[in-house]
Write a new protein. Structure first.
Length: 254
């Protein structure tokens, strides 16, 4: 190959590189234009939030959930942070889980799973409301229509955290007992807790007494006994359940 041919070949390569650069630049500019157009389209009034749907609520109203979320109608659907809204909602002790979903062109769907008030722990002149996992939900000065868990020494009652008491083990067993009670269609008005025994009040003067695990294991039999007593008009006395499955009943209330 002569020097002239070599020079011509180098010249063609330079021209080819220039064409490639222009091609890439054109693609880049088109991409920028497309992204800019898409941005302005997505942030236009077409995607302003017009509706906020709230699902699966019982404790709060739709308006309260929307207020807690911080989501506002009229703001852009894509400029509204769903993760920030979820974080705001999850700061509330009653919120167990929250899911948020965008639905085009302008709807936000908030699906919540709430913690349910399950029992109450007297504390001075107030009551600490807890769920079935002993998570503190709130405090109230009015006596709630919930099973009262009496006799515990409260160590910590921070809303959103698990209630801490000196009798933690007994508290855990008592909550299991309440769950079994629901399954067995029984209702205990209040439960007096000590380090060893509990007294579960079926009526004001009809009590089931024993270790939580023994009462829990004998729940089916206890239900039959209570129904039998109810049919015979007996609403007073103490049913004592011990570890050897030996039961005792006394009409006397200590």
């Amino acid at each position: 190959m002569t020097e002239e041919e070599k020079a011509l070949k180098r010249k063609k390569k330079r021209k080819k590189k220039k064409r490639k650069k222009k091609h890439y630049l054109l693609k880049f500019l088109l991409l920028i234009a497309l992204c800019t157009g898409l941005y302005y389209f997505l942030t236009s009034e077409v995607f302003d939030i017009q509706r906020i749907d709230v699902k699966s609520i019982s404790h709060y109203t739709e308006e309260q959930v929307v207020d807690l979320s911080g989501i506002k109608k009229g703001t852009n659907l894509f400029e509204t942070s769903m993760s920030d809204a979820k974080d705001r909602l999850m700061t509330d002790p009653y919120m167990k889980d929250v899911k948020l979903q965008r639905k085009l062109p302008g709807t936000v769907v908030i699906t919540v799973k709430e913690r349910v008030e399950y029992a109450a722990v007297p504390y001075g002149t107030e009551y600490i409301l807890i769920d079935d996992a002993a998570v503190v939900l709130s405090r109230t000065s009015e006596e709630p229509r919930l099973p009262l868990l009496m006799g515990m020494t409260v160590k910590s009652m921070e809303p959103g955290n698990t209630l801490e008491v000196e009798e933690n083990n007994v508290l855990e067993e008592t909550l299991k007992l309440l769950a079994a009670m629901e399954e067995g269609d029984l209702y205990f008005k209040k439960i007096e807790i000590s380090n060893v025994l509990i007294k579960a009040y079926i009526y004001d003067y009809l009590i089931c007494e024993g270790k939580p695990e023994n009462i829990l294991n004998g729940m089916d039999d206890i239900r039959k006994v209570i129904y039998n007593m109810y049919e015979n008009g007996i609403e007073r006395g103490v049913i004592k359940v011990n570890s050897s499955d030996m039961w005792a009943w006394s009409p006397l209330i200590e």
